[in-house]
Design a binder for this molecule. Structure first.
Ligand SMILES: *Cc1c(COP(=O)(O)O)cnc(C)c1O
Length: 487
Protein backbone atom coordinates (compact mmCIF):
# COMPACT_ATOMS: atom_id res chain seq x y z
CA UNK A 1 0.00 0.00 0.00
CA UNK A 2 1.35 3.40 -1.04
CA UNK A 3 0.41 6.70 0.57
CA UNK A 4 -0.34 10.11 -0.93
CA UNK A 5 -0.73 13.61 0.48
CA UNK A 6 -4.12 15.35 0.44
CA UNK A 7 -2.33 18.30 -1.17
CA UNK A 8 -0.64 16.31 -3.90
CA UNK A 9 3.05 16.07 -2.99
CA UNK A 10 3.91 13.28 -0.59
CA UNK A 11 7.66 14.08 -0.66
CA UNK A 12 10.56 11.64 -0.57
CA UNK A 13 10.20 8.77 -1.25
CA UNK A 14 7.60 9.88 -3.82
CA UNK A 15 5.17 7.11 -2.90
CA UNK A 16 5.87 6.35 0.73
CA UNK A 17 4.74 3.19 2.44
CA UNK A 18 3.41 2.84 5.97
CA UNK A 19 6.75 2.71 7.83
CA UNK A 20 8.00 5.76 5.92
CA UNK A 21 5.22 7.91 7.35
CA UNK A 22 4.82 6.24 10.75
CA UNK A 23 7.25 8.48 12.64
CA UNK A 24 6.47 11.71 10.79
CA UNK A 25 3.64 14.22 11.01
CA UNK A 26 2.38 16.31 8.13
CA UNK A 27 3.42 15.58 4.56
CA UNK A 28 6.11 18.01 3.34
CA UNK A 29 3.48 20.01 1.41
CA UNK A 30 1.48 20.56 4.60
CA UNK A 31 -1.14 17.95 3.67
CA UNK A 32 -2.13 14.75 5.45
CA UNK A 33 -1.24 11.23 4.41
CA UNK A 34 -3.90 8.86 3.14
CA UNK A 35 -3.71 5.51 1.34
CA UNK A 36 -3.81 5.81 -2.45
CA UNK A 37 -7.05 3.84 -2.41
CA UNK A 38 -9.22 2.41 0.35
CA UNK A 39 -8.96 -1.38 0.36
CA UNK A 40 -12.35 -2.97 -0.26
CA UNK A 41 -13.65 -5.65 2.06
CA UNK A 42 -15.32 -8.53 0.26
CA UNK A 43 -18.45 -10.26 1.50
CA UNK A 44 -16.39 -13.38 2.11
CA UNK A 45 -13.96 -11.43 4.30
CA UNK A 46 -16.73 -9.77 6.25
CA UNK A 47 -18.23 -13.20 6.83
CA UNK A 48 -14.91 -14.67 7.98
CA UNK A 49 -14.04 -11.71 10.21
CA UNK A 50 -17.20 -11.94 12.32
CA UNK A 51 -15.70 -14.67 14.50
CA UNK A 52 -12.25 -13.15 14.99
CA UNK A 53 -10.81 -11.91 18.26
CA UNK A 54 -9.98 -8.19 18.45
CA UNK A 55 -6.27 -8.82 17.86
CA UNK A 56 -6.98 -11.09 14.88
CA UNK A 57 -9.39 -8.56 13.41
CA UNK A 58 -6.84 -5.78 13.92
CA UNK A 59 -4.30 -7.85 11.99
CA UNK A 60 -6.78 -8.62 9.18
CA UNK A 61 -7.66 -4.95 8.71
CA UNK A 62 -4.27 -3.37 9.35
CA UNK A 63 -2.47 -5.76 7.00
CA UNK A 64 -4.39 -4.08 4.18
CA UNK A 65 -2.82 -0.74 5.10
CA UNK A 66 0.58 -1.95 6.34
CA UNK A 67 2.28 -3.95 3.60
CA UNK A 68 5.88 -3.18 4.56
CA UNK A 69 5.97 -5.12 7.84
CA UNK A 70 6.17 -8.92 7.50
CA UNK A 71 2.81 -10.54 8.32
CA UNK A 72 4.18 -12.63 11.20
CA UNK A 73 5.61 -9.52 12.84
CA UNK A 74 2.46 -7.44 12.40
CA UNK A 75 0.39 -10.27 13.76
CA UNK A 76 2.62 -10.47 16.84
CA UNK A 77 2.39 -6.69 17.36
CA UNK A 78 -1.43 -6.84 17.24
CA UNK A 79 -1.51 -9.81 19.62
CA UNK A 80 0.77 -8.04 22.09
CA UNK A 81 -1.28 -4.81 21.95
CA UNK A 82 -4.88 -5.92 22.21
CA UNK A 83 -4.98 -8.03 25.36
CA UNK A 84 -7.50 -8.31 28.18
CA UNK A 85 -4.72 -7.28 30.60
CA UNK A 86 -4.20 -3.92 28.84
CA UNK A 87 -7.91 -3.20 28.22
CA UNK A 88 -8.98 -4.30 31.65
CA UNK A 89 -11.47 -1.61 32.71
CA UNK A 90 -14.62 -3.11 31.17
CA UNK A 91 -18.03 -2.29 32.62
CA UNK A 92 -19.73 -4.86 34.79
CA UNK A 93 -21.25 -7.53 32.59
CA UNK A 94 -18.65 -7.04 29.84
CA UNK A 95 -15.85 -9.41 28.88
CA UNK A 96 -12.37 -7.85 28.78
CA UNK A 97 -11.39 -10.34 26.08
CA UNK A 98 -13.69 -8.43 23.71
CA UNK A 99 -11.45 -5.33 24.22
CA UNK A 100 -14.32 -3.05 23.04
CA UNK A 101 -17.57 -4.72 24.21
CA UNK A 102 -20.96 -3.14 23.52
CA UNK A 103 -22.98 -2.18 26.60
CA UNK A 104 -26.64 -1.93 25.55
CA UNK A 105 -28.74 0.84 27.05
CA UNK A 106 -31.95 0.18 25.11
CA UNK A 107 -33.24 -3.07 23.68
CA UNK A 108 -36.33 -3.99 21.64
CA UNK A 109 -39.09 -6.14 23.09
CA UNK A 110 -37.46 -9.09 21.28
CA UNK A 111 -34.09 -8.39 22.89
CA UNK A 112 -32.41 -6.77 19.89
CA UNK A 113 -30.12 -3.90 20.86
CA UNK A 114 -31.23 -0.42 19.78
CA UNK A 115 -28.91 2.01 21.55
CA UNK A 116 -25.58 0.95 22.99
CA UNK A 117 -22.20 2.21 24.15
CA UNK A 118 -19.18 0.93 22.25
CA UNK A 119 -16.71 0.77 25.12
CA UNK A 120 -13.44 2.29 23.91
CA UNK A 121 -12.10 3.46 27.25
CA UNK A 122 -11.00 0.23 28.89
CA UNK A 123 -7.30 0.87 28.43
CA UNK A 124 -4.76 2.13 30.99
CA UNK A 125 -5.73 5.84 30.83
CA UNK A 126 -9.51 5.33 30.61
CA UNK A 127 -9.99 7.19 27.30
CA UNK A 128 -10.31 5.99 23.71
CA UNK A 129 -6.90 7.42 22.80
CA UNK A 130 -5.43 4.20 24.28
CA UNK A 131 -7.01 2.17 21.45
CA UNK A 132 -4.59 3.61 18.90
CA UNK A 133 -1.76 4.83 21.11
CA UNK A 134 -1.00 1.41 22.56
CA UNK A 135 -0.53 0.06 19.03
CA UNK A 136 1.60 3.07 18.12
CA UNK A 137 3.94 2.37 21.05
CA UNK A 138 4.56 -1.17 19.84
CA UNK A 139 4.90 -0.09 16.19
CA UNK A 140 7.39 2.64 17.10
CA UNK A 141 9.54 0.25 19.12
CA UNK A 142 9.50 -2.31 16.29
CA UNK A 143 10.34 0.10 13.45
CA UNK A 144 13.02 1.98 15.45
CA UNK A 145 14.74 -1.29 16.37
CA UNK A 146 14.69 -2.42 12.72
CA UNK A 147 16.29 0.84 11.63
CA UNK A 148 18.64 1.21 14.60
CA UNK A 149 17.11 4.62 15.33
CA UNK A 150 15.71 6.42 18.35
CA UNK A 151 13.07 9.12 18.79
CA UNK A 152 12.37 11.76 21.44
CA UNK A 153 8.69 12.56 21.52
CA UNK A 154 7.87 16.09 22.57
CA UNK A 155 4.29 17.06 23.29
CA UNK A 156 2.02 19.36 25.24
CA UNK A 157 -1.10 18.10 26.92
CA UNK A 158 -4.00 19.28 29.00
CA UNK A 159 -4.93 15.70 29.86
CA UNK A 160 -5.99 12.76 27.71
CA UNK A 161 -3.46 12.71 24.87
CA UNK A 162 -0.37 13.14 27.01
CA UNK A 163 -1.24 10.39 29.43
CA UNK A 164 -2.22 8.01 26.61
CA UNK A 165 1.13 8.68 24.93
CA UNK A 166 3.08 8.11 28.15
CA UNK A 167 1.31 4.84 28.96
CA UNK A 168 1.89 3.67 25.39
CA UNK A 169 5.60 4.56 25.30
CA UNK A 170 6.68 3.73 28.87
CA UNK A 171 9.55 1.28 28.90
CA UNK A 172 9.77 1.16 25.09
CA UNK A 173 13.29 0.83 23.70
CA UNK A 174 14.44 3.68 21.48
CA UNK A 175 11.69 6.05 22.65
CA UNK A 176 11.74 8.88 25.19
CA UNK A 177 8.77 11.10 25.96
CA UNK A 178 9.02 14.74 27.08
CA UNK A 179 5.52 15.84 27.97
CA UNK A 180 4.71 19.41 28.94
CA UNK A 181 1.61 20.11 31.00
CA UNK A 182 0.26 23.30 32.60
CA UNK A 183 1.37 23.39 36.24
CA UNK A 184 -1.57 23.18 38.61
CA UNK A 185 -4.20 23.21 35.84
CA UNK A 186 -5.02 19.51 35.60
CA UNK A 187 -7.19 17.56 38.02
CA UNK A 188 -5.53 15.67 40.87
CA UNK A 189 -6.47 12.42 39.13
CA UNK A 190 -4.96 13.50 35.80
CA UNK A 191 -1.76 14.66 37.53
CA UNK A 192 -1.48 11.40 39.40
CA UNK A 193 -2.01 9.39 36.21
CA UNK A 194 0.90 11.07 34.46
CA UNK A 195 3.30 12.08 37.21
CA UNK A 196 3.25 8.76 39.06
CA UNK A 197 5.00 7.02 36.15
CA UNK A 198 8.52 6.14 37.25
CA UNK A 199 9.85 4.84 33.93
CA UNK A 200 13.29 6.14 32.95
CA UNK A 201 12.12 7.12 29.45
CA UNK A 202 9.21 9.31 30.58
CA UNK A 203 9.82 12.96 31.50
CA UNK A 204 6.96 15.06 32.85
CA UNK A 205 7.52 18.80 32.75
CA UNK A 206 4.96 21.00 34.50
CA UNK A 207 5.20 24.44 32.94
CA UNK A 208 4.27 27.39 35.15
CA UNK A 209 1.74 28.77 32.68
CA UNK A 210 -1.30 27.79 30.66
CA UNK A 211 -1.72 24.97 28.15
CA UNK A 212 -1.11 27.47 25.33
CA UNK A 213 2.30 28.37 26.81
CA UNK A 214 3.23 24.68 26.79
CA UNK A 215 1.98 24.36 23.22
CA UNK A 216 4.01 27.41 22.15
CA UNK A 217 7.19 25.85 23.56
CA UNK A 218 6.58 22.68 21.54
CA UNK A 219 6.17 24.82 18.43
CA UNK A 220 9.30 26.86 19.20
CA UNK A 221 11.39 23.72 19.70
CA UNK A 222 9.99 22.10 16.54
CA UNK A 223 10.76 25.23 14.54
CA UNK A 224 14.42 25.03 15.58
CA UNK A 225 15.24 22.62 12.77
CA UNK A 226 18.86 22.09 13.80
CA UNK A 227 17.86 21.18 17.37
CA UNK A 228 15.01 19.03 16.11
CA UNK A 229 17.32 17.04 13.82
CA UNK A 230 20.16 16.75 16.36
CA UNK A 231 17.88 15.47 19.12
CA UNK A 232 15.54 13.45 16.87
CA UNK A 233 12.44 15.26 18.07
CA UNK A 234 9.13 13.70 17.00
CA UNK A 235 5.45 13.89 17.91
CA UNK A 236 2.42 11.63 18.23
CA UNK A 237 -0.38 14.04 17.43
CA UNK A 238 -3.84 13.25 16.19
CA UNK A 239 -2.99 13.61 12.49
CA UNK A 240 -0.70 10.57 12.70
CA UNK A 241 -2.01 8.13 10.08
CA UNK A 242 -1.31 5.03 12.19
CA UNK A 243 -3.64 6.33 14.88
CA UNK A 244 -6.47 6.75 12.38
CA UNK A 245 -5.76 3.30 10.90
CA UNK A 246 -5.86 1.62 14.32
CA UNK A 247 -9.23 3.22 15.05
CA UNK A 248 -10.84 1.66 11.95
CA UNK A 249 -10.75 -1.73 13.68
CA UNK A 250 -13.30 -1.00 16.41
CA UNK A 251 -15.93 0.12 13.90
CA UNK A 252 -15.81 -3.39 12.46
CA UNK A 253 -15.77 -4.96 15.93
CA UNK A 254 -18.74 -2.84 17.00
CA UNK A 255 -20.61 -3.74 13.83
CA UNK A 256 -20.18 -7.46 14.47
CA UNK A 257 -21.24 -7.07 18.11
CA UNK A 258 -24.42 -5.22 17.15
CA UNK A 259 -25.59 -7.49 14.30
CA UNK A 260 -26.07 -11.17 13.61
CA UNK A 261 -25.66 -11.07 9.82
CA UNK A 262 -23.83 -8.90 7.32
CA UNK A 263 -27.09 -7.87 5.67
CA UNK A 264 -27.79 -5.58 8.60
CA UNK A 265 -26.65 -2.00 9.09
CA UNK A 266 -25.41 -0.05 12.10
CA UNK A 267 -25.17 3.69 12.86
CA UNK A 268 -22.32 5.16 14.92
CA UNK A 269 -22.48 8.37 16.94
CA UNK A 270 -19.05 9.88 17.63
CA UNK A 271 -18.16 12.63 20.16
CA UNK A 272 -15.78 14.65 17.99
CA UNK A 273 -13.03 17.22 18.29
CA UNK A 274 -10.16 16.84 15.86
CA UNK A 275 -12.18 14.51 13.59
CA UNK A 276 -9.73 11.63 14.10
CA UNK A 277 -12.16 9.13 15.57
CA UNK A 278 -15.00 9.68 13.11
CA UNK A 279 -12.52 9.84 10.21
CA UNK A 280 -11.76 6.20 10.95
CA UNK A 281 -15.51 5.48 10.81
CA UNK A 282 -15.72 7.20 7.45
CA UNK A 283 -12.87 5.04 6.14
CA UNK A 284 -14.48 1.85 7.51
CA UNK A 285 -17.64 2.80 5.59
CA UNK A 286 -15.63 3.51 2.43
CA UNK A 287 -14.09 0.05 2.76
CA UNK A 288 -17.56 -1.45 2.56
CA UNK A 289 -18.66 -1.83 6.19
CA UNK A 290 -22.50 -1.54 6.21
CA UNK A 291 -22.75 1.76 8.12
CA UNK A 292 -26.12 3.51 7.72
CA UNK A 293 -25.13 6.79 9.34
CA UNK A 294 -22.17 8.49 10.96
CA UNK A 295 -23.58 10.90 13.53
CA UNK A 296 -21.08 13.56 14.51
CA UNK A 297 -21.51 15.16 17.95
CA UNK A 298 -19.77 18.33 19.08
CA UNK A 299 -19.94 20.38 22.28
CA UNK A 300 -20.27 24.18 22.28
CA UNK A 301 -17.26 24.22 19.95
CA UNK A 302 -19.45 23.41 16.98
CA UNK A 303 -17.26 24.15 13.98
CA UNK A 304 -17.89 20.65 12.56
CA UNK A 305 -21.63 20.64 13.24
CA UNK A 306 -21.81 23.96 11.41
CA UNK A 307 -20.03 22.48 8.38
CA UNK A 308 -22.26 19.42 8.07
CA UNK A 309 -25.37 21.59 8.36
CA UNK A 310 -24.33 24.47 6.13
CA UNK A 311 -21.30 23.62 4.00
CA UNK A 312 -19.33 26.45 5.63
CA UNK A 313 -16.11 25.52 7.44
CA UNK A 314 -15.18 28.40 9.71
CA UNK A 315 -12.31 27.54 12.07
CA UNK A 316 -12.48 29.64 15.20
CA UNK A 317 -9.75 31.78 16.71
CA UNK A 318 -8.27 30.62 20.01
CA UNK A 319 -10.14 33.39 21.83
CA UNK A 320 -13.45 32.10 20.38
CA UNK A 321 -12.83 28.55 21.65
CA UNK A 322 -15.05 27.74 24.61
CA UNK A 323 -13.61 26.03 27.67
CA UNK A 324 -16.19 23.31 28.37
CA UNK A 325 -16.87 20.35 30.61
CA UNK A 326 -16.03 18.02 27.69
CA UNK A 327 -12.56 19.53 27.34
CA UNK A 328 -11.09 16.96 24.94
CA UNK A 329 -13.50 18.29 22.30
CA UNK A 330 -12.55 21.93 22.80
CA UNK A 331 -11.06 22.54 19.39
CA UNK A 332 -11.23 25.50 17.08
CA UNK A 333 -9.86 23.71 14.02
CA UNK A 334 -10.30 19.99 13.32
CA UNK A 335 -6.88 18.75 12.29
CA UNK A 336 -8.08 15.54 10.57
CA UNK A 337 -10.99 17.14 8.72
CA UNK A 338 -8.84 17.66 5.63
CA UNK A 339 -8.81 13.90 5.12
CA UNK A 340 -12.61 13.80 4.74
CA UNK A 341 -12.75 16.89 2.55
CA UNK A 342 -10.20 15.25 0.22
CA UNK A 343 -12.70 12.43 -0.36
CA UNK A 344 -15.64 14.84 -0.56
CA UNK A 345 -14.03 16.85 -3.40
CA UNK A 346 -13.36 13.67 -5.39
CA UNK A 347 -9.76 13.25 -4.14
CA UNK A 348 -8.58 16.31 -6.06
CA UNK A 349 -5.47 17.60 -4.25
CA UNK A 350 -5.53 20.97 -6.04
CA UNK A 351 -9.00 21.63 -4.63
CA UNK A 352 -7.87 20.69 -1.12
CA UNK A 353 -4.77 22.86 -1.41
CA UNK A 354 -6.94 25.83 -2.46
CA UNK A 355 -9.40 25.31 0.42
CA UNK A 356 -6.62 24.99 3.01
CA UNK A 357 -4.85 28.05 1.65
CA UNK A 358 -7.92 29.83 3.03
CA UNK A 359 -7.89 27.93 6.33
CA UNK A 360 -4.17 28.48 6.85
CA UNK A 361 -4.70 32.21 6.26
CA UNK A 362 -7.26 32.21 9.07
CA UNK A 363 -10.31 32.34 6.80
CA UNK A 364 -13.36 30.14 6.23
CA UNK A 365 -14.39 28.24 3.11
CA UNK A 366 -17.89 27.72 1.81
CA UNK A 367 -18.93 24.61 -0.14
CA UNK A 368 -22.67 25.30 0.11
CA UNK A 369 -24.35 25.21 -3.30
CA UNK A 370 -21.49 23.18 -4.84
CA UNK A 371 -21.84 19.75 -6.46
CA UNK A 372 -19.42 18.46 -3.82
CA UNK A 373 -21.57 19.50 -0.89
CA UNK A 374 -24.63 18.10 -2.67
CA UNK A 375 -22.94 14.68 -2.37
CA UNK A 376 -22.55 14.94 1.40
CA UNK A 377 -25.60 12.77 2.07
CA UNK A 378 -23.93 9.89 0.22
CA UNK A 379 -21.21 9.86 2.90
CA UNK A 380 -23.80 9.16 5.59
CA UNK A 381 -22.96 12.10 7.86
CA UNK A 382 -25.44 13.92 10.09
CA UNK A 383 -24.49 16.09 13.06
CA UNK A 384 -25.56 17.88 16.20
CA UNK A 385 -24.16 19.90 19.12
CA UNK A 386 -24.46 19.75 22.87
CA UNK A 387 -24.07 22.20 25.77
CA UNK A 388 -23.08 21.98 29.43
CA UNK A 389 -26.76 21.88 30.43
CA UNK A 390 -27.34 19.08 27.87
CA UNK A 391 -24.45 17.09 29.31
CA UNK A 392 -25.76 17.35 32.85
CA UNK A 393 -29.28 16.38 31.77
CA UNK A 394 -28.00 13.46 29.67
CA UNK A 395 -25.70 12.09 32.38
CA UNK A 396 -28.66 12.25 34.77
CA UNK A 397 -31.12 10.65 32.36
CA UNK A 398 -28.80 7.79 31.43
CA UNK A 399 -28.07 7.13 35.09
CA UNK A 400 -31.71 7.22 36.12
CA UNK A 401 -33.06 5.19 33.19
CA UNK A 402 -30.33 2.58 32.82
CA UNK A 403 -28.22 2.80 35.99
CA UNK A 404 -25.17 3.55 33.83
CA UNK A 405 -22.73 6.36 34.56
CA UNK A 406 -21.25 8.03 31.46
CA UNK A 407 -18.59 10.69 31.06
CA UNK A 408 -19.16 14.18 29.69
CA UNK A 409 -17.91 13.47 26.14
CA UNK A 410 -19.98 10.31 25.82
CA UNK A 411 -22.94 12.36 27.11
CA UNK A 412 -22.51 14.76 24.18
CA UNK A 413 -22.74 11.68 21.94
CA UNK A 414 -25.85 10.23 23.61
CA UNK A 415 -27.60 13.62 23.50
CA UNK A 416 -27.00 13.98 19.77
CA UNK A 417 -27.85 10.30 19.09
CA UNK A 418 -31.27 10.82 20.70
CA UNK A 419 -31.78 14.07 18.83
CA UNK A 420 -30.92 12.58 15.43
CA UNK A 421 -32.78 9.28 15.92
CA UNK A 422 -35.18 10.16 13.10
CA UNK A 423 -32.26 10.24 10.63
CA UNK A 424 -31.42 6.60 11.32
CA UNK A 425 -33.43 4.02 9.31
CA UNK A 426 -35.96 2.06 11.38
CA UNK A 427 -34.52 -1.02 13.04
CA UNK A 428 -30.87 0.07 12.69
CA UNK A 429 -29.06 0.02 16.06
CA UNK A 430 -27.06 3.08 17.12
CA UNK A 431 -23.70 2.69 18.86
CA UNK A 432 -22.42 5.74 20.75
CA UNK A 433 -18.63 5.61 21.04
CA UNK A 434 -17.70 5.83 24.72
CA UNK A 435 -14.59 8.01 24.56
CA UNK A 436 -13.75 8.26 28.28
CA UNK A 437 -14.80 6.89 31.66
CA UNK A 438 -16.61 9.21 34.10
CA UNK A 439 -13.89 9.11 36.78
CA UNK A 440 -11.75 11.36 34.55
CA UNK A 441 -14.31 14.17 34.81
CA UNK A 442 -15.46 13.78 38.40
CA UNK A 443 -16.36 17.42 38.96
CA UNK A 444 -19.11 17.40 36.33
CA UNK A 445 -20.38 13.99 37.45
CA UNK A 446 -20.79 15.36 40.97
CA UNK A 447 -22.59 18.37 39.51
CA UNK A 448 -24.95 16.12 37.54
CA UNK A 449 -25.54 13.30 39.99
CA UNK A 450 -24.52 14.62 43.40
CA UNK A 451 -22.15 11.72 43.88
CA UNK A 452 -18.60 10.74 43.01
CA UNK A 453 -18.03 8.62 39.90
CA UNK A 454 -17.12 4.98 40.10
CA UNK A 455 -13.39 4.34 40.00
CA UNK A 456 -11.69 1.17 38.74
CA UNK A 457 -10.22 -0.74 41.67
CA UNK A 458 -6.65 -0.64 40.33
CA UNK A 459 -6.73 3.17 40.32
CA UNK A 460 -7.88 3.57 43.93
CA UNK A 461 -5.53 5.93 45.73
CA UNK A 462 -3.25 6.76 42.78
CA UNK A 463 -3.18 10.36 44.02
CA UNK A 464 -1.09 9.10 46.95
CA UNK A 465 1.65 7.51 44.83
CA UNK A 466 5.02 9.27 44.63
CA UNK A 467 5.20 11.67 41.70
CA UNK A 468 8.04 12.42 39.32
CA UNK A 469 7.73 15.82 37.64
CA UNK A 470 9.99 18.75 36.84
CA UNK A 471 8.42 22.17 37.38
CA UNK A 472 9.87 24.67 34.90
CA UNK A 473 9.23 28.21 33.67
CA UNK A 474 7.71 28.53 30.17
CA UNK A 475 11.15 29.13 28.67
CA UNK A 476 11.89 27.27 25.43
CA UNK A 477 15.67 27.53 25.85
CA UNK A 478 15.59 26.05 29.34
CA UNK A 479 13.45 23.20 28.09
CA UNK A 480 15.78 22.60 25.15
CA UNK A 481 18.66 22.34 27.64
CA UNK A 482 16.64 19.89 29.74
CA UNK A 483 16.06 17.71 26.66
CA UNK A 484 19.64 18.01 25.44
CA UNK A 485 21.00 16.80 28.79
CA UNK A 486 18.88 13.67 28.61
CA UNK A 487 19.22 12.59 24.98
C1 LIG B 1 -9.73 13.06 21.92
C2 LIG B 1 -11.08 12.91 22.50
C3 LIG B 1 -12.27 13.16 21.77
C4 LIG B 1 -12.26 13.71 20.36
O1 LIG B 1 -11.76 12.81 19.42
P1 LIG B 1 -11.24 13.30 17.99
O2 LIG B 1 -10.59 12.14 17.37
O3 LIG B 1 -10.29 14.44 18.27
O4 LIG B 1 -12.45 13.77 17.23
C5 LIG B 1 -13.49 12.90 22.37
N1 LIG B 1 -13.55 12.47 23.65
C6 LIG B 1 -12.45 12.22 24.38
C7 LIG B 1 -12.61 11.76 25.79
C8 LIG B 1 -11.18 12.42 23.85
O5 LIG B 1 -10.09 12.18 24.61
Amino acid sequence: MKYLSTRGHAGQPANPEFCDILLGGLAPDGGLYLPETYPQVTRAELYAWRGLSYAELAFAILSKFITDIPAVDLKAICAKTYTAEVYRHVRAGGDARDITPVHWLEKDADGRGRLGLLELSNGPTLAFKDMAMQLLGNLFEYVLAKRGETINILGATSGDTGSAAEYAMRGKHGVRVFMLSPHGKMSAFQRAQMYSLQDDNIFNIAVTGMFDDAQDIVKAVSNDHAFKARHKIGAVNSINWARVAAQIVYYFKGYFAATTSNDEQVAFCVPSGNFGNICAGHIARQMGLPVAKLILATNENDVLDEFFRSGVYRPRKAAETHVTSSPSMDISKASNFERFVFDLVGRDPSKVAALWAEVDAGRAFDLSGTDEFARIGAFGFVSGASSHADRLATIRKVYERYGVMIDTHTADGVKVAWERAADVPAGVPVLVLETALPVKFAETIVEALGREPERPADLEGIEKLPQRVEVMAPDADAIKRFIAQRT
